[in-house]
Design a protein around this ligand. Structure first.
Ligand code: 6GU
Length: 222
């Protein structure tokens, strides 16, 4: 998979060189390129935003700059992801769908967002365009949201996870079941014991108990 991200804060993406995503790049499973939006400006002030038509607070990111930045990245196989709190809510199902893509481009908006015609334009050109939010709260920009999506998507790529069995177990998350509580050694820590059933060696009973626990958690959180 190839990932391009366009941002006015390229430094936000430094963590992509760490952990599983860093290793996936070293092994060639994943290629990531970060592009500085300001490098596509042609005015002396390198301005990327302007006041909104119709008035109101805040600034809107200018469409011409985004066009300059995105045109060279867009290919027939590209999925363009525009980060906006008004977008469709990101979830595990979307992560699976996007993990099938050959090429993701993340457009990180700041201020009050990117001029609405940018998404409109690329959709009209026949590209797959997704306006996505990661939840019901407002971030300062799309950079952190992109990192969240990139982590959720790339760990689904074949070969990225150390133990692919993790993916099979967590498929329950997508079916509306949350995970059961986990324990490791020691068996007693600060007067708290691990539930006896987990030490029983009875795999059938353990599976049943975990199912009940997961359901209880799901109920508590709904
Ligand atoms: Cl994608 N962007 C911003 N600015 N805020 C958000 C978001 C995105 N998703 C949730 N909140």
């Amino acid at each position: 998979m190839k990932i391009d991200a366009v941002t006015i804060f390229p430094e936000y993406f430094a963590p992509l060189s760490l952990s599983l995503i860093g290793k996936a790049q070293e092994s060639g499973l994943l290629e990531v390129a970060i592009h500085d939006l300001r490098s596509f400006t042609s005015d002396n002030h390198h301005s990327v935003d302007d006041t909104p038509y119709g008035g109101g607070a805040g600034m809107v990111m200018k469409p011409e700059i985004w066009g300059q930045a995105l045109d060279p990245l867009m290919k027939p196989e590209t999925d363009l992801i525009i980060l906006t709190p008004a977008g469709r809510r990101f979830n595990q199902k979307m992560a699976h769908t996007l993990s099938q893509s050959e090429h993701l481009v993340f457009a990180c908006g700041r201020y009050e967002g990117i001029d609405a015609r940018v998404g409109q334009h690329y959709a009209a050109q026949g590209f797959r365009v997704h306006e996505v939010s990661i939840g019901d709260y407002v971030l300062g920009g799309g950079e952190v949201a992109s990192l969240v999506m990139i982590e959720a998507i790339t760990r689904l790529l074949p070969g990225v996870l150390g133990n692919p069995d993790s993916l099979i177990e967590e498929s329950h998350v997508e079916e509306g079941f949350l995970e059961y509580p986990n324990y490791t050694k020691p068996a007693i820590w600060r007067d708290l014991s691990v539930p006896d059933i987990l030490l029983s060696g009875n795999h059938g009973a353990i599976a049943t108990w975990r199912g009940e626990q997961a359901q209880r958690r799901a109920q508590e959180q709904s």
